[in-house]
Design a protein around this ligand. Structure first.
Ligand code: CP
Ligand code: NVA
Length: 292
């Protein structure tokens, strides 16, 4: 059993498939599990969140547990207490700890010292809970996802990296189109290109995300918008994918920047289902990590 879920690479293919199956079953029967009855799950946020906060808090509640949501600035962390000591204390009270942070090192420190499972709720490098929901959304659309092609177009960021890692684990072919300087590193298993048309050719779904992430410096925003302008997900790009292809976006979106309003609210997207799926798949993940 994996102890933590920090990069997503902790899950082997069989466990990943079982989480997606379980998430689909929980979507049909949201009250069907009390796996966390009498247990508390800490959900720590150092950064803002709409989807992760709502889906994880509601999800723990639906599993019969108590979601203990804390902003990091409420903790002694802000007065210099170490992540190590925070991990040791939380582990005495809760069944699992979720953390959204601006530091992958902080997350590693938490995972190194916690004696309960640690879940990454987004870090500068990874967003594995999002990728689980994205794979669930593909699974929901296509049944089997092995051999399907997912194109990601835009900034090679945390969301793109998690799609490469978890998509690979699920047998999904992931192609990432990003401009020079914004591309993912080699070795993740994704096909990397600078050409959006090449990435979306034959794709079953086309994904994009914001051009300026929470961990990016605001000073770079203008340069990012200029470099990423040709990578906007619009109807014309979607037309280059497979005829049945739909758009995905982890949200929050900036209509008119990385995605057009027409695609975001149109009939060729599963973006709002994708947002809902965050809750179902988070529950399935917690069941596996906490209840085994
Ligand atoms: N997709 C996602 O993680 O959204 P939030 O930042 O609102 O949690
Ligand atoms: N890449 C975005 C994802 C937000 C859910 C960010 O890190 O801000």
């Amino acid at each position: 059993m994996p102890t933590h879920f920090v990069t997503g690479g902790e899950l082997d293919s069989a466990r990943l498939a079982s989480i997606l199956d379980r998430a689909l079953a929980l979507k049909q029967a949201p009250a069907g599990s009390q796996a966390l009855a009498g247990r508390t799950v800490a959900l720590l946020f150092e950064k803002p969140s709409t989807r992760t906060r709502t889906s994880s808090e509601a999800g723990v509640f639906e599993l019969g547990g108590h979601p203990m949501v804390l902003r990091a600035n409420e903790l002694q962390l802000t007065r210099g207490e170490s992540m190590r000591d925070t991990a040791l204390v939380f582990s005495r009270h809760v069944a699992a700890i979720g953390l959204r942070t601006g530091s992958d090192e902080a997350l590693e420190e938490l995972a190194a010292h916690a004696t309960v499972p640690v879940v990454n709720l987004l870090s500068p490098l990874h967003h594995p809970c999002q990728a689980l929901a994205d794979l669930m959304t593909l699974r929901e659309a296509f049944g089997s996802i092995e051999g399907r092609k997912l194109a990601y177009v835009g900034d090679g960021n945390n969301v793109a990296r998690s799609l490469a890692i978890l998509g690979g684990g699920a047998g999904v072919e992931v192609a990432v189109a990003a401009p020079e300087g914004f591309q993912l590193e080699d070795g993740l298993g994704a096909q990397l290109t600078s050409d959006p048309a090449e990435a979306v050719a034959g794709a079953d779904a086309v994904y994009t995300d914001v051009w300026v992430s929470m961990s990016d410096s605001g000073d770079e925003a203008a340069a990012r918008r200029e470099a990423l302008g040709p990578y906007r997900l619009d109807e014309a790009l979607l037309d280059r994918a497979a005829p049945h292809a739909f758009a995905l976006h982890c949200l929050p979106a900036h209509p008119g920047e990385e995605i057009t309003e027409g695609v975001l609210y149109g009939g060729r997207q599963r973006i709002w289902d994708q947002a809902e799926n965050r809750r179902h798949v988070f529950k399935a993940l917690l069941e596996l990590l906490v209840a085994g």
